[in-house]
Ligand binder design. Structure first.
Ligand code: SME
Length: 152
């Protein structure tokens, strides 16, 4: 199973203190985008220190205009408030959705918790309809737990 093979690679990237946090986050995006065929845009958003906004961090995939997303807006903004995973099998069925690319069919967003606080999220867009399962959620929760270890 690809997820089990990727887990030790995630741990190796995260624990490499020779590299900056952003370099390590970027490598995680690359690893996921390269190895999971239906992960077509992989990126991190982080909550602003004082404003109710998400700010785009490292990502791999098509450039996006949505570098700042207000809490509540789009799938990402909703996760900033709900603190729960959001799996979207069909983005066309969502009213509160921010389109980044017309090729995107589905999306999954999983929050990152540090000391119990929702500090950001990993966001995956897929060009395949309805591709995500509970296995993606569990794997991405693992990724978020790992990443939280190197975030302040
Ligand atoms: N689709 C997201 C916006 C971010 S892009 O996918 C990169 C949303 O609705 O929040």
């Amino acid at each position: 199973m690809i997820f089990e093979q990727l887990k030790p690679q995630i741990e190796a990237i995260v624990s490499n203190n020779q590299r900056t946090v952003d370099e390590r986050l970027y490598s995680i995006c690359e690893l996921l985008e390269k190895n999971i065929t239906y992960y077509n845009w992989v990126g991190f958003y982080f909550s602003h220190a004082t404003k109710e906004e998400l700010h785009l961090g490292p990502y791999v995939g098509a450039p996006t205009d949505h570098t700042v997303i207000p809490f509540g807006k789009g799938i990402c903004g909703q996760v900033a408030l709900s603190h729960s995973n959001f799996v979207v099998p069909d983005v066309k069925a969502q009213d509160n959705y921010i389109a980044c690319s017309i090729t995107v069919k589905a999306e999954i967003v999983v929050p990152i918790f540090k000391n119990g606080k929702n500090i950001g999220q990993i966001d995956i867009d897929s060009n395949t309809p309805d591709p995500f399962s509970q296995l993606d959620e569990s794997f991405l929760e693992f990724v978020c737990e790992q990443v939280a270890n190197i975030l302040s």
